[in-house]
Design a protein around this ligand. Structure first.
Ligand code: UTP
Length: 299
């Protein structure tokens, strides 16, 4: 049985330039998908997979994320006084238990690989999960992406990466993996290529922003030279780790929304709203009205 996955890293120190000006003062991770910040959806996924401790790698202007995962006494008292018991309980359920979160600063946004490396002392010598908090994995209440990866990891050990199918003509925009052609939930990875030139991709399986990694990645990240965009790239360190450790791909069957992009964020809101019984009927009626008024061109 491989070592259990108890801790998860959520890197939230990026600048969010694709979402300016909204992200000038508000971190993109705090933008709401329906009524929960994007990062809360990702924390929900981590906790559902059995994660016991979450390490947030933060940066300047991100203090509000730390506040979001803390208790708000004034708010709690006001809700209590107004008899809003249900809301109070929901807020309590969403607040992590004391001592189950850590916050460390990346100080300078030197790339995802560097952000992960900043969590090395807190993770120590354990395999860990890494969840990119702007990538939402929506499977409409099924198992959850990380849960399904943990289940696979319990059989395979090693390193596990979640992948999803993207259109063949868009593989040049993603990190793409090649896998052994064999049945099974976790397929051994044979190749990893960051944004392959058109026509050279080994498959249409893109890395979706969920990883289970061995702590040996930290030594490689420490020595990693800056790669694409002058940033310390996680993929470069994974490629080197792949020379000596096994990597497996687990295909996520739901929808992946990149909430760091405008379209991904808008589509996530529509998908999550339509999955909420308390919102869906009215929202669907309003969407229909919007289309029938011709305010939006429907195909
Ligand atoms: P992205 O490249 O999507 O985030 O990184 P970004 O840099 O904030 O976005 P744009 O391109 O400027 O719009 C993926 C994840 O890695 C984190 C980001 O916060 C995001 O969750 N990240 C990225 C860091 O924590 N530190 C970095 O130096 C870079």
């Amino acid at each position: 049985m491989p070592k259990p996955i108890r801790k998860a890293i959520l890197p939230v120190a990026g600048l969010g330039t694709r979402f300016l000006p909204a992200t000038k003062a508000v971190p993109k991770e705090m933008l709401p998908v329906v009524d929960r910040p994007v990062v809360q959806h990702v924390v929900d996924e981590a906790l559902a997979a059995g994660i016991e401790h979450i390490v947030f790698v933060t940066g300047r202007n991100k203090a509000v994320i730390e506040d979001h995962f803390d208790r708000q006494f004034e708010l709690e008292r006001t809700l209590q006084e107004r008899g809003k018991q249900k809301l109070l309980e929901e807020l309590g359920d969403d607040t992590p238990k004391p001592g189950t979160t850590s916050f460390t600063r990346q100080q300078l946004p030197l790339g995802l690989g560097h952000a992960v490396w900043c969590a090395r002392d807190i993770i120590a010598d354990e395999p860990f999960a890494l969840l990119l908090p702007d990538m939402l994995h929506f499977d409409n209440g099924s198992q959850g992406c990380l849960s399904s990866m943990v289940e696979a990891y319990e059989e395979t050990g090693g390193n596990v990466v979640s992948v999803y199918e993207v259109p063949d003509d868009q593989t040049n925009q993603y990190g793409i993996v090649g896998v052994e052609d064999r049945p099974g939930k976790a397929r051994p990875i044979t190749q990893m290529v960051e944004k392959p030139a058109r026509g050279t991709a080994p498959s249409n399986l893109a890395i979706s922003g969920r990883y289970i990694l061995q702590p040996s990645i930290f030594d490689l990240l420490e020595k990693q030279d800056p790669g694409a965009g002058g940033e310390i790239q996680l993929t470069d360190a994974m490629l080197r780790l792949n020379e000596r450790e096994r990597f497996f791909a687990v295909t996520f069957e739901g929808s992946v929304y990149d909430c760091g992009s405008k379209i991904g964020f808008l589509m996530a809101n529509v998908a999550y709203a339509l999955s909420r019984p308390d919102i869906e009927p009215e929202f669907r009626t309003e969407l229909r009205k919007l289309f029938s008024l011709g305010a939006v061109e429907a195909d």
